[in-house]
Design a protein around this ligand. Structure first.
Ligand SMILES: [Zn+2]
Length: 118
């Protein structure tokens, strides 16, 4: 049914665990979420170089929902109290509204024309 989460082996610095679905993945498929200093506002750290603690998450609304439901952000970011994820939600909605869906639909729609077969 469920596979137990494997702890990342030492030295595998490039693998992160999604705080939403708890699956591990390379940094390239996860986004880093950090708190704006001295606030409880979470933002997406697109360059992944912001100081402090970060929570890693798939660029997927489902994972964001999961993370919020299980209160993963306060835990991962070591803060007391609810984290305001409005900015992250917004970032995700622009992502899903553009790149992610366009990627999928363009793959589907990529109608190649058979040429010169007759
Ligand atoms: Zn995930």
């Amino acid at each position: 049914m469920t596979t137990p989460p494997l702890p990342p082996p030492p030295g595998e610095g490039q693998v992160r665990t999604c705080v939403g679905c708890r699956a591990t993945g390379p940094r390239s498929v996860l986004v880093r979420v950090v708190l704006v200093p001295h606030t409880l506002r979470a933002v997406v750290d697109e360059r992944t170089d912001a100081p402090g603690r970060g929570a890693w998450l798939h660029a997927d609304q489902t994972c964001l929902d999961l993370a919020e439901r299980r209160r993963a952000f306060p835990r991962a970011l070591r803060c007391a109290g609810p984290v305001d994820t409005a900015a992250v939600t917004e970032w995700f909605s622009t992502m899903t509204g553009s790149d992610l869906t366009r990627h999928t639909s363009s793959t589907k729609k990529a109608g190649w024309k058979p040429m010169g077969t007759r």
